[in-house]
Design a binder for this molecule. Sequence first.
Ligand SMILES: NC(=O)c1ccc[n+]([C@@H]2O[C@H](COP(=O)([O-])OP(=O)(O)OC[C@H]3O[C@@H](n4cnc5c(N)ncnc54)[C@H](O)[C@@H]3O)[C@@H](O)[C@H]2O)c1
Length: 359
Amino acid sequence: MAEIATGTSVEDDEQPLGFGVVGLGMGKHHCRSVTAAKGARLVAICDVRRELADKVAAEYGCKAYYDFDEMLLDPEIDVVNIALPTGMHADAGIKAAQAGKHIICEKPLDVNLHKADALIAAAHEHHVKLGGIFQRRLHPVSKKIRETIRSGRLGRIYYADIHLYWWRAQSYYDGGWPAGWHGTWALDGGGSVMNQGVHSVDFIQWAVSPVKRIMARTGTFAHNIECEDVGMALVEFENGAIGNIVCTTAAYPGYSNDFHVFGEHGSIIVRNDSEVVSWRIKGPNEQAEDEEMRRTYPGGRGTPSSDPMAVGLTGTPRKSRTWSTPSATTGSPSSPAKRPATPSKSSWRSRSRRRLASG
Ligand SMILES: NC(=O)c1ccc[n+]([C@@H]2O[C@H](COP(=O)([O-])OP(=O)(O)OC[C@H]3O[C@@H](n4cnc5c(N)ncnc54)[C@H](O)[C@@H]3O)[C@@H](O)[C@H]2O)c1
């Protein structure tokens, strides 16, 4: 058996699922992940920049498309990975759903709730699976924190925060394709909170509690962009705790991304998504557990604090060959629908391909 997505098993002797990746910035990471995953085969890539598409296709020995609509006609593709500028996600995803392809969509699902909801509705309507890339949920320490809070080991939660102090040079905002899309309302949907902070904003709601109310301030200081490069919110969580979220790309030269949670029975502090700085829960094992957690989760995975491409390939340790998707399946990232009972791999085949197979 091999895992194709969290909680989903496929038979080794079955034909691998075919993937097509569109958008070759972060999409290049998707190519590497798909290639490294058991049960998956990179069939094609697509980018409007022909030279780039040809180069990546040659590197992976797959087909190159320059037009997304054409790639969607490829019957060998079961799953489409969307790594286009954010404001193009829902339009592309809806087309993929209409073509009967399952969808792995980069974060955030789109630039506003209306478009994200339309994408989720299309996935439901066309009976395809939709997964948003929220890789922080897959770090083992993230799951451990969530379990610890949910089990009540920290008791009543008083306070939680995210402090993401990163740096992006102006060249990052001037670059990308179409050039200059990062930091625009239309294609990025926001700045340091919406783009860089989105994993942490997702994580704190998922691990600690949904949010009841916020009061926020944003500013643009270090960059020539439409949206914020410093954003902060005072947060009241549904579980009664209070906290704050600060996400900036104006902290030269780029520092850490820290998470703190303080409760009745103790505190947890994590740096850069995966490094346990402190794990102190009152009781006879307090010191031993703290040492064990810091030893087990020492961090050192690299951080995109100043380099957007410095993200790991998987949420699990690099030695793992398992390819995983976030837990959100045809659900919004903040309230994922329940994953269906482990489907057989054939249920992952694109509808168009199943139609072909059945004549
Ligand atoms: N999960 C993460 O940690 C992570 C990290 C970085 C970026 N992202 C997300 O990845 C997405 C892409 O961001 P990026 O920084 O890689 O952008 P980018 O500008 O570097 O890459 C976008 C690519 O899409 C291509 N493209 C644009 N329009 C196209 C079209 N109509 N058809 C085909 N190709 C087209 C461009 O040529 C370019 O190669 C964004 O949604 C971003 O939020 C996620």
